[in-house]
Design a protein around this ligand. Structure first.
Ligand code: KG4
Ligand code: ZN
Length: 332
């Protein structure tokens, strides 16, 4: 780990956000610039990889410039770069890793590759003064991934559960499409759900084999599709769907904590951790739980990548040319 006052420039382009951020000592966010492509992807109801990659290419340099400017920095003040290596959309990842590799070489700044889910895990470290106690149990819930992770130390991470098919966020996005709501589905569904009855429809909740900490949401998505053909009450469908997802996620999180009594903290991370109902139910079932300090740290951002870079860096950080990877392995 670095000495105090260490500034890391994070870069993230794994899906549809072009992001750059300067973070000091793994927690103090000096800038956090995110160029969202949401308006572009609303036109197609989801992300078209080639369209996303072209947009990253247009935005990456201005976004990095803005992140440095907002943090009152130049490249000379940056001690290391951290970039998302994967998993994600390969054509999008290429833009971020190439930009970071080029800066690393030209400016002589060490570059640290970050696995995207590790980035989400460190979103709970941002802007937090108190010391986070290991082991930490983290539920990461996003559009592209859904995991239960036991973080025993900065270089000791164990995957204890994961989605077998659609991730929770993906289910929100697909159900939103079925209900004719806009992309991304999560915020649209949770807004509509406020007007509906969460107990109106008893949607299937896949708990899988006894004791399993894995997730499956594809059956639920199909059940929503079937229900929507005969039931015009969209708000009830949205509320009941959200409730089914929230109950399964929170029950599995509780089950994981019971299986691992050594756990000192429980964290929620990823885009779906912005969901108010999920936060509420997790608090009810688990008592103490930590969420990212700002909603903007839940969805994809580069501050979390910079924070992960701070904790995951070994003294071997060096000038590098990083190639993207779609691997889910935690330590690329
Ligand atoms: O972490 P993220 O930005 O990207 C991935 O790494 O996949 O997560 C995006 C996902 C989308 O599927 C979006 O619908 C979902 O997070 N999301 C939400 C909410 N805000 C974003 N899902 C439920 N409730 C929300 N409030
Ligand atoms: Zn993500």
């Amino acid at each position: 780990m670095y000495d105090l006052g260490m500034k890391i420039l994070g870069i993230e382009t794994s899906c549809d956000e072009t992001a750059a951020s300067v973070v000091e000592d793994g927690k103090k966010v000096l800038s956090n610039v995110i160029a969202s492509q949401i308006d572009l992807h609303k036109l197609t109801g989801g992300v078209v990889p080639e369209v996303a990659a072209r947009e990253h290419l247009l935005k990456i340099i201005p976004v990095i410039d803005e992140a440095l400017k907002d943090a009152n920095c130049t490249f000379d003040d940056i001690d290391a770069l951290a970039v998302t290596k994967g998993p994600g959309l390969i054509s999008s990842l290429i833009i971020g890793t190439q930009a970071a590799s080029t800066i690393s070489t030209l400016k002589n700044i060490p570059l640290i590759p970050i696995q995207h889910i590790m980035g989400h895990i460190y979103s709970n470290w941002l802007e937090v003064e108190e010391k986070i106690q290991f082991p930490v149990l983290v539920l990461t819930v996003s559009g592209g991934h859904n995991e239960l992770v036991l973080v025993k130390g900065h270089d000791d991470v164990e995957l204890i559960g994961e989605s077998r098919d659609d991730a929770a966020g993906e289910a929100f996005d697909k159900v939103a499409r079925i209900l004719g709501l806009s992309y991304p589905g999560g915020p649209a569904i949770s807004k509509l759900a406020e007007k509906g009855d969460p107990n109106a429809i008893n949607f299937p909740k896949a708990y899988l084999e006894k004791g399993s900490l894995d997730f499956s949401f594809s059956g639920l998505k199909t059940a929503v599709l079937t229900e929507s053909k005969s039931n015009p009450e969209k708000a009830d469908i949205a509320a009941s769907f959200q409730e089914a997802v929230v109950q399964v996620l929170s029950d599995k999180l509780l089950m994981a904590r019971e299986k691992h009594p050594e756990v000192k903290e429980v964290h929620l991370a990823g885009g779906v951790s912005a969901n108010t109902r999920l936060r509420e139910v997790c608090k009810e079932k688990l008592g103490s739980i930590r969420f990212p300090r700002q909603t903007i740290f839940c969805t994809d951002n580069a501050a979390m990548i910079a924070a992960a870079g701070f904790y995951m860096n070994k003294s071997s950080a060096k000038i590098q040319n990083i190639t993207p990877s779609t691997s889910f392995l935690f330590f690329p």
